[in-house]
Design a protein around this ligand. Structure first.
Ligand code: ZN
Length: 251
């Protein structure tokens, strides 16, 4: 039997202005020769290189959806629920971005559907609420609002697969790195590739995923990057140091 051919997509989320992590992931995606890259939001916030990351995402990604930090850069009202460090970082980022960058962030769509896939930063039931989908109960609400078999999200910075079988409750699955998950069949999925630029699952390596439409598979990947250089960039730009420290431990 020959494998079905179809496009392959790289999925990136929560880049958070971490240029070293983004470059490492883009190099991997080039090596895997994906057909296009989809970005699940939060290009900016926290990290040392917002303008360079924004330029790379704008240049390389076929689709990008709006993250809460992207919104906060474009609209001060979006900073209302931020803690002091997140707010300080986004205010510094606004200084480091130009008007064209801010306009690009402001124009990002909250959700996009492409074939069998829907992309969102946080959730589909109420994208503007930026809900943190951290368990199967919360994922159930999003899967009920999902109009395609596959949904992709970020925001929690933790890679996970939520499966909604046709005749049972939604379950959370922690995927093994590099092991293809079959998306064939009636089960619907809500999938988070983890964060490129600020992982919070105690694995400091940059996280991303690959969706193979022909094979109907999804593969979780990690790649090490130059964390010390990303930390130095945060210090050099006068951003909150807690955002540098956490990169070393992935939380
Ligand atoms: Zn984020």
């Amino acid at each position: 039997m020959t494998a079905r051919r179809g496009p392959r997509y790289g999925l990136v989320a929560d880049v958070h202005a971490n240029l070293q992590a983004l470059e490492a992931v883009l190099a991997q995606l080039d090596e895997e020769s994906v057909d296009a890259i989809w970005c699940l939001g939060d290009v900016v916030g926290y990290g040392g290189d917002p303008a360079a990351c924004l330029a790379a995402i704008r240049d390389r990604c076929a689709v990008t959806v709006l993250g809460n930090h992207d919104l906060a850069a474009a609209d001060p009202v979006g900073r209302n629920r931020f803690n002091a460090q997140a707010r300080a970082a986004i205010e510094r980022h606004v200084e480091l971005l130009d008007a064209t960058d801010i306009a690009w962030l402001a124009a990002l769509p909250a959700t996009v559907s492409e074939g069998d896939a829907t992309l969102t930063h946080s959730g589909l039931a109420d994208p503007a609420a930026f809900t943190y989908v951290t368990d199967a109960r919360l994922a159930t609400v999003e899967l009920e609002a999902q109009r395609t078999p596959w949904g992709f999200f970020g925001h929690t910075h933790v890679p996970v697969a939520y499966a909604a079988p046709p005749d049972g409750p939604v379950i959370a699955i922690r995927l093994s790195e590099g092991e293809p998950l079959s998306l064939a069949g009636p089960t619907r999925w809500f999938l988070n590739p983890g964060a490129v630029g600020q992982p919070r699952d105690r694995d400091p390596r940059a996280a991303y995923a690959i969706l193979d439409i022909g094979a109907e598979t999804y593969v979780q990947r990690r790649v090490p990057y130059d964390i010390a250089a990303a930390q130095e960039s945060i210090r050099r730009r006068g951003l909150p140091l807690i955002e540098a420290d956490r990169l070393a431990v992935g939380r």
